[in-house]
Each structure stands twice: as structure tokens, then as C-alpha cells.
Ligand binder design. Structure first.
Ligand SMILES: Nc1ncnc2c1ncn2[C@@H]1O[C@H](COP(=O)(O)OP(=O)(O)OP(=O)(O)O)[C@@H](O)[C@H]1O
Ligand SMILES: [Mg+2]
Length: 258
């Protein structure tokens, strides 16, 4: 059974795309079939996987607007069992076009993914830093949310707002939407504030916080400009190793269920 997981946080620049890119790649390198969807018009995930978004003709926009079928929107990547559903700036228009539709416009992605999601072990959706129809579609299409949180001031405020939003989604649209896990990102153990924020989040959210912590590591910021996830660009870097550890933690967690 394929599990659809939205990587989301309305706060910008917290590591959503870096996580989508490197977690997908790490799981795929561990042998799992993975699909990652770029649901952000910024298209950073798309370019981070080496796809030129300016020339994109088959992506999430074309899919939402019915111009192509889902199979036509999938692009292969350098890792054979990792596929991406890419996006470009055009996706901004999809949000507006979805708004103009009156029929179940928030259920579009759920319906599009239903026939194919079991082809994959995981389908990750990289969400934009906003609460529009693109995020709503992602949250309705997902079984759970993975929330990257930057270990900095205001992290807790952002997180409480997100939890409130998730409750509203559960109440109105997706009753079973679960919290997959909270991921501490850009952690710097030499900075007291970073340690304090991590401690506070663990105290409140307990086992929902992954043991794996993603350190601040320049390789994670550099590798997208080479069109590669860090796990391919510099597999021995601290950043790449942290995402490999996260992938193992996720796979081990799930194996406990069986
Ligand atoms: N662990 C890290 N160490 C160093 N730099 C990082 C790390 N994680 C992310 N970055 C860098 O920080 C910036 C923001 O990260 P990213 O794009 O993943 O965040 P985001 O939540 O997807 O942002 P947005 O809300 O704009 O979509 C990027 O330049 C990225 O390369
Ligand atoms: Mg992003």
C-alpha cells in the first residue's frame, strides 16, 4: 500500500524542499519505489532534481488543468526507482484556475493519485509556504504530514498555528490525517537557542519528533544547484548522512507495525 505524506509547514525556508529531495532520494537508494511531487510554483524540488523548470511542458499544472494524464507528468531521475512529478511557475495559475472551479476543487489531487498511489511505497508532496488551494489539495490527498521545523526563534509559534490548521483539515476535509513526524532541521549544536528550541519541541511533541536531527550543513544548500540531492552529490557529508539516518528511522518505524 502506498502512503502519501505531505511535507508541510506554512513557515518559509524551514527545509521542506531539502527534506523532500533528500529523504526521497535516500529511501529510493535504500531500494524503495518513491514518487515525489513538487506542489510549489517556486519549483525548487524540480530544479534540485536536475529538471529545467523553464522548459517544463508536463508537470503538476498541466495535470491539474486536465491537459495531460498522470503517467505523462512523471519524470525519471538519476535514481532509477525515484520519480518526480515536477512543477514550474505555471503552477501559480493552477491555483487560480482551481479557485474558479466549483466542483470539489480541493479533492483534485486525491482523485488524481488514487489509481496510482499503490505503485509506490511512499508518495511525498513538497508543499509551498502558504495555505492556498495547492496546500489544501496536498493535505486532503495525504494520509499524514511530515513537518520540518527550523531550530530557531518563532518555531514554536509556527508549529502551534500548523497544528490548529491540521485540526481544521481533520474536522472539515480529511478526518484521518495523521502527524507522521516532526523533523528538527538546520540544527546547530554550538548555538544555545538551537538546543533550547529542539528541547522545547521534544518536551511538547514527545515521540512525534524524529530522533534524527538534520544539522546545518552547507552541502545541503549547495547540492540543488548541481541538480542533485546531497545523498548523490556528497554522500559522506553530515547533511546527506542525516537524511540517510532519517530514511532508516522511517523504514524501521513502519516495520514495527507488521
Ligand atoms: N540543513 C540545512 N543546512 C544548511 N542549509 C539548509 C539546510 N536545509 C535547508 N537549507 C537551505 O535553506 C534554504 C531553505 O531551505 P528549503 O528550500 O528546503 O526550505 P523550504 O521550507 O522548502 O522553503 P520554502 O518555504 O521557500 O519552500 C535553502 O537555501 C536550503 O538550501
Ligand atoms: Mg520549498
Amino acid at each position: 500500500m502506498g502512503k502519501v505524506i505531505a511535507i508541510t509547514n506554512q513557515k518559509g525556508g524551514v527545509g521542506k524542499t531539502t527534506t523532500a529531495l533528500n529523504l526521497s532520494a535516500s529511501l529510493a537508494l535504500a531500494g524503495e519505489n518513491i514518487l515525489v511531487i513538487d506542489s510549489d510554483p517556486q519549483g525548487n524540488l524540480t530544479s534540485g532534481l536536475g529538471i529545467k523548470k523553464d522548459q517544463l511542458k508536463r508537470g503538476l499544472y498541466e495535470l491539474y488543468t486536465g491537459k495531460i494524464r498522470l503517467e505523462e507528468a512523471l519524470s525519471p531521475t538519476e535514481i532509477p526507482n525515484l520519480f518526480v512529478l515536477p512543477a514550474s511557475m505555471d503552477l501559480f495559475a493552477a491555483e487560480i484556475e482551481l479557485l474558479e472551479r466549483s466542483d470539489n476543487r480541493e479533492m483534485s489531487l486525491l482523485k488524481l493519485l488514487a489509481p496510482i498511489k499503490d505503485n509506490w511505497k511512499y508518495v511525498f508532496i513538497d508543499c509551498p509556504p502558504s495555505f492556498g488551494l495547492l496546500t489544501l489539495n496536498a493535505l486532503i490527498a495525504s494520509e499524514s504530514v511530515l513537518v520540518p521545523v527550523q531550530c530557531e526563534y518563532f518555531a514554536m509559534e509556527g508549529l502551534s498555528l500548523l497544528i490548529k490548521l491540521l485540526w481544521r483539515i481533520r474536522g472539515g476535509f480529511n478526518e484521518t490525517l495523521d502527524m507522521e513526524g516532526i523533523l528538527l532541521t538546520m540544527f546547530n549544536r554550538h548555538i544555545a537557542l538551537s538546543r533550547q528550541v529542539a528541547e522545547d519541541i521534544r518536551r511538547i511533541f514527545k515521540s512525534k519528533v524524529y530522533d534524527t536531527v538534520i544539522p546545518r550543513n552547507i552541502v545541503l544548500a549547495e547540492s540543488p544547484s548541481h541538480g542533485k540531492p546531497a545523498v548523490l552529490y556528497a554522500p559522506n557529508s553530515a547533511g546527506a548522512q542525516a537524511y540517510v539516518a532519517l530514511a532508516k528511522e522511517i523504514l524501521n518505524d513502519n516495520s514495527l507495525l507488521f
